[in-house]
Design a protein around this ligand. Sequence first.
Ligand code: G3I
Length: 318
Amino acid sequence: PGLNFVAKSAGKLYFGTATDNPELNDTAYDHILDNFLQFGAITPANSMKWDATEPEPYVFTFEAGDVIADLAHENGMLLRGHNCVWYNQLPSWVTANNYTAPELAAIIQNRCATLVGHYRGQVYAWDIINEPFNDNGTYREDVFYNTLGTSYIPIALTAARAADPNAKLYINEYNNEYLGPKSTALLDLVKELKAEGVPIDGVGFQCHFVVGEVPTTMVENFQQYAAIGLEFAITELDIRMPLPATPEMLEQQKTDYDTVVSACMAVPNCVGISVWDWTDKYSWIPSTYPGYGEACPWDANFVRKPAYDGIVIALENR
Ligand code: G3I
């Protein structure tokens, strides 16, 4: 009947997808998206980001974000908020003004309070901090870290908790899915935050992978997070391939989707899985990785690919 139905039957909280406002004008797209049996959670791919919601200092616009929140509500879906603090898709004023540490701290505090507060009661989980680390496990030297050191992280999390005590607060990352310095750094950060009493509920593993190159240490890695009692989720799954696709690569992609979803199934603390849009028609991949594509479980004509079956196999095998 649908991926969310199967995921829930298997004990997960949801199978979800990212979506974006312009896509909602496509009625054939909506016909598949607006189905709770298929998708039990949605994440706005762009419309709750900093550039979309606070284009000028202390001036907020929520119209586009509200469309996604309303859609989730109307369809009985969970909403994943994305995101509060990220180095990318920042309006230029954040970096251009050379803010002092106290000024930037106030800006972050106000942003998280206002954004999370606006959606209070509507969001299952918020990606409060997005992509804070470099792949070698050092902190990304973005405007937040360069101005405030690591203190921007507790500032954001604390403001978010106060604004919506029932929303789960996540740190979301990529290349943290496997054992390695980035995952270790993130795990250490979470332990430190917990020890200091800073609110933190979850970790997101984005999972933007390449066909035939899915990491082999996902389960072991996930178990480390489960061991400290943390929930986590696969937040942005897609598995791209060099174009043109071949039947062999589509079969490998099926195996790869099975592998990734099975890793979530293997660890109960993995609460859900979201794909970073479900159709190749609206995938971010071709524009960012020229020559690559076909990363989603549905093709550009909304036909299910073998990858879809790979997901079902993984969800049903537990
Ligand atoms: O908003 C402008 C619009 O005004 C303009 O006309 C248009 C012309 O190109 O660009 C629009 O901005 C684009 C934006 O998406 C909204 O459509 C940007 O160019 C484009 O770069 C941006 O891409 C987004 C990307 O994040 C930016 O980093 C993708 O849609 C979005 O799917 C992607 O999502 C990220 C997650 O947030 C974090 N993890 C990685 C993931 C994939 O990059």
